[in-house]
Design a protein around this ligand. Structure first.
Ligand code: MOS
Length: 703
């Protein structure tokens, strides 16, 4: 027996101090293992075969020749695969995307639809056989083109109401001194995270084990249990390190096909998506066409605001990119109307992708505000400050905190905005035209129920167990600091174990809610444990464990508009002879709650801003109307910003603790990308005098 030495000794406060990632050394030395590289005895490898047509039916799959190829163990397809259940509602009310429920019928609803899994002894054997498998189809005509006036578009809710309306828009526009009516478009975009989706499934003594790369192990556990009609307790999902998620790493074809194959063959089976397969199986951001109408008095005060967005989804699954939602939080007007519409086309299912809605929506509305400022002859920051709403423009609820103005003041000071000459096309540096731009950012700050286990170990250390996912955000490190402070010990005495569904239900790494939700549960359990460990408490060999559950605490949260805010600034140089746009510097100032770890929070915010540059200038998946597929679905054809495209980026924050959170956290996951592309586009306008309403701002569009 040991005696508890915790207590009120080491309470300097770890939260708010820069702390390198606790798994950083493992990651840079290669000791950290990812889902596709963890060894298993007797492991077989599955290779997905995707449809080569865009719409139609599978007529035949000629498995015989392939089954005779070296090492081939099985070919799964709609004629022989286990049946699964897709008629359920999963976590957060989300229904399963049938693209993940593979091999259930012969229909092909889009290009790159999974039609078979070839399983073999090695990945090379599986791939060779998969590429040799002959599948024939009865083809049908398809439609993949999103057009602003598509006749089949309809209002669609997704995770927020489809439409909101107050006041008389036509009347508001009619009495406005200045009116803007503009259409903005953003292209199909892909998550392109470093680590492709990978899963290994095996049956171990009647229990299904899945080692996977995902954004929430209990999420995937619940989905697999429902889909395969299993008891949740007989499914275990582990996911220790994850090389990026961005909304894409939920339930997908790789886990489901691996479970099917492991069930049929009764041996461990691994399925890894190739980079090219990810472009149809991993979800993406739908292209959007957005119309913004603004009406304002001569002094810039909005009288009318309309933001309409049209995105597209697949014919098998409804996902809405809710780009008009951001206007419901950002700007008020007596006449205020927003609408998210969607059209079902013969394309792969889109999904959540970093700041779903806010990322493309902020490009449109923040570009429009910039256009309005210019027409009114008002500084774009001043225009935004004049239109700061008192309460939620649509909800009418108070803000739990809205420090947007403070972000703009601090950002303007640090960026040197006061010296800016608003006239476009005036500044030159040799062959480069120079300009600066700004935009506002916001993102919801929510929390989801979680459970955590905190153990006082007999050796004087502490172990935290929570089914959190660190998708590269630094969540594991943040939770180490959170637990240390709640226990009043130094972080060195705390070990945090995550990524295992056996630790109990927890929020996913999504919606910018992960770290906040988990921190809440860890704080509750750690505080209760500390209370129990009065000095002199004797610890049994197995230690003392406290379990928390935040379901009730979250239910008591006041109904308020709860968001993070930010001000984005960019300076660009534009070469009008080559059309090249270079971002020279960027600054983001955020009001995003209490910052747990400045090192990883800055990393997260800068990462979002880099993606904003990428969105503004590079990213575009081009879909061929005739074939229905993408041109160059890989990282050669799909351009993302590289180091050479990214300048010095500064991200910083103002003091903005959430009054209702035990630690003051709001969340920094997604806000970094919001408004970033608009700031770049507004800077290009300032540099050149040309307004770009269609992303990306490619060289050929600049010329
Ligand atoms: Mo994020 S798009 O909620 O993973």
């Amino acid at each position: 027996m040991t005696t508890a030495t915790t207590g009120r000794t080491a309470a300097k406060g770890a939260v708010g101090t820069a702390h390198p990632r606790v798994e950083g050394r493992d990651k840079v030395t290669g000791a950290a293992r990812y889902a596709g590289e963890i060894p298993f005895a007797d492991l077989a490898h599955g290779w997905l075969v995707l449809s080569t047509v865009t719409r139609g039916r599978i007529r035949s799959i000629d498995t015989e020749p392939v089954l005779g190829m070296p090492g081939v163990l099985a070919v799964l397809h709609h004629g022989n695969a286990p049946r699964v259940d897709t008629d359920y509602v999963g976590l957060l009310g989300i229904r399963p995307d049938p693209t993940a429920a593979v091999f259930q019928h012969e229909r092909v609803p889009h290009a790159g639809w999974p039609v078979a899994l070839v399983v073999a002894g090695t990945p090379e054997q599986a791939r060779e056989a998969a590429e040799a498998l002959v599948v024939t189809y009865d083809e049908e005509p398809h439609d993949v083109a999103l057009t602003a006036d598509h006749p089949d578009a309809y209002p669609a809710a997704g995770h927020m109401p489809a439409e909101t309306e107050k006041g008389d828009l036509a009347a508001g526009l009619a009495v406005s001194a200045v009116v803007l009516d503009a259409e903005y478009t953003t292209p199909e975009e892909h998550h392109s995270m470093m680590e492709p989706h990978a899963a290994t499934a095996l049956w171990d003594g009647g229990r299904l084990e899945v080692v996977d790369s995902n954004q929430g192990t209990t999420w995937i556990q619940g989905e697999l249990a429902k889909m395969f009609s299993l008891d949740e307790s007989s499914v275990r999902v582990r996911s220790e390190h994850v090389g990026g998620g961005f909304g894409s790493k939920g339930l997908r074809a790789h886990q489901v096909s691996a479970v099917m194959a492991a069930t049929v063959l009764q041996r461990p089976v691994r399925v890894v998506m190739t980079r090219r397969q990810m472009f149809s199986l991993a979800g993406h951001r739908s292209p959007t066409t957005q119309r913004v109408r603004l009406g304002a008095d001569a002094d810039g005060r909005l009288r009318a605001l309309e933001h309409r967005s049209l995105s597209r989804t697949s014919t098998v699954y409804e996902f809405v990119e809710p780009s008009a939602g951001v206007a419901r939080v950002m700007y008020d007007a007596d006449a205020h109307r927003t609408a998210n519409h969607v059209v079902r086309l013969d394309v792969p299912s889109p999904t959540f992708m970093r700041a779903p809605g806010e990322a493309p929506g902020s490009f449109a509305i923040e570009s429009a505000l910039d256009e309005l400022a210019e027409r009114c002859g008002i500084d774009p920051i001043e225009l935004r400050l004049r239109n700061e709403p008192e309460v939620g423009p649509v909800s009418g609820q108070p803000f739990s905190g809205r420090n947007l103005a403070a972000c703009f003041h601090e950002g303007a000071r640090r960026f040197g905005w006061a010296d800016r000459d608003p006239r476009p096309g005036l500044r030159r540096d040799g062959r480069w035209l120079l300009g600066t731009g700004t935009a506002a950012a916001s993102f919801p700050a929510g929390a989801g129920p979680s459970t955590a286990l905190v153990t006082a170990e007999a050796d004087g250390t502490f172990t935290v167990r929570i089914a959190a996912a660190d998708i590269g955000t630094g969540a594991r490190t943040a939770l180490t600091l959170i637990a240390a402070d709640a226990l009043e010990v130094t972080p060195e005495r705390v070990r945090v174990r995550i990524g295992d569904s056996d630790f109990g239900p927890a929020m996913i790494a999504g919606g910018s809610m992960g770290t906040r939700s988990w921190a809440w549960a860890v704080t509750e359990a750690a505080r209760e444990l500390r209370e129990r460990l009065t000095p002199g408490t004797s610890l049994p060999p197995e230690g003392i464990t406290v379990r928390s559950d935040t379901t009730e605490a979250l239910g008591a949260l006041a109904q308020q508009e709860r968001h993070s805010f930010g001000a984005q600034f960019a300076e660009v140089a534009v070469d009008t002879t080559t059309g090249e746009v270079r971002v020279r510097r960027m600054l983001g100032i955020f009001a995003a709650g209490r910052i747990v770890n400045p090192l990883t929070a800055r990393n997260q915010l800068v990462g979002g801003m880099v993606w904003g540059i990428s969105m503004a200038l590079h990213e575009e998946a081009v879909r061929d109307r005739s074939t229905g597929g993408l041109y160059g679905p890989d990282l050669a054809g799909y351009h993302v910003a590289t180091h050479a495209d990214v300048p010095d980026i500064e991200a910083d924050w103002i003091d903005d603790p959430d009054p209702d959170d035990p630690v003051g956290i709001k969340g920094v996951g997604e806000i970094g990308i919001v408004g970033a592309a608009a700031a770049v586009a507004n800077a290009v306008r300032h540099a050149t005098g040309v307004r770009h309403r269609n992303l990306p701002i490619r060289p050929d569009r600049v010329l």
